[in-house]
Design a protein. Sequence first.
Length: 351
Amino acid sequence: MKEKFTSSYSLETQEKTKKNLVWIIVFSIAMLFAGFTSAYIVSMGDTFWIKIDLPVAFYISTAVIVVSSLTLFLAMRAARKKNKSQARLFIVFTLLLGVLFGVFQFQGYATLVDRGAHWVTRIIVSEGRYGDYFEIKKQGTYLTVENNQYAYNDEKLKGDDLKELQDFARQFLNVDQNGVPNDLDYTKFKLYYKGEPLAFTKGELVRPNGKKLELLDLDRLRLLSRNIVDNRADFFMSGEMGKDFELLYNGKPLEYKERTLMYDGQPLSANLQNKLLRGNKDMSTAYFYIITVLHLLHVVAGVIMLLVMTKRAFTNEIFEKNALSLRAGSIFWHFLGVLWLYLLLFLLFIH
């Protein structure tokens, strides 16, 4: 069928047909992303929303895909001038840059996950929150939470000091199932339950009245330990609110003072607090991943197209057919670059 088409119609007709097909594909993809970005905006209404800075890797990937459009343009120009070696070189460069775009995208995703922005991201810590039931003392001084980070003597824990706390907490990750470890290191840190010091006696954590912690209390301790090990205090996002991320309601940023969320200068109302707890998931990160991964999948399709172009360039097939595939494919690749620029600007504005 393909051979009949190429032999029965002129090069001009073939090129027009291929280009029309590519434009139909481009239009369909554009409508798909227009729908997703519209849904993104609509979903912001009357809900809680996390806003984070985009990782540097996404900006690098933007530069990469822009350069790849330039190299593909140069490949087309070389093909028109019958400069086969130069055309091959620029096609290969475009292919490598397409792969590099994907590499930096995945690096950006890895950074987001490290910050706590997962496919499904919860917003606030409601179970195992430090201070609700348990507190920790170091050398007679309580650890505190300062803007979503653990602190000692008003100094935020980091580096070896944070690791020391996390190592202590790691001992309690399985307490609800296996009890308290017999080799528990209870020298540098002390646990307090509802303001009472807990003693470690005969492999048990014991309150001053001699009662052991119940299974429910041990489960709460396990949840607190998980939060400390994952370096989260009040929010699932890591870092400081207002600096590393923002929490918005109905498009308006909330403030965070003394572990209390503030809206319009007042503590978050009970109604909004309950609404946050009921819908304790951030839809913004879900939309972010859907949109960017969907674009990345189209880039993968473009890379496959570039692989075919590269093969045809080295077998001279792409030049024998007056570079029809190269011109049609370049439309698709340039569109992917423009689409990513649009998505990046959209995400910078809304996310």
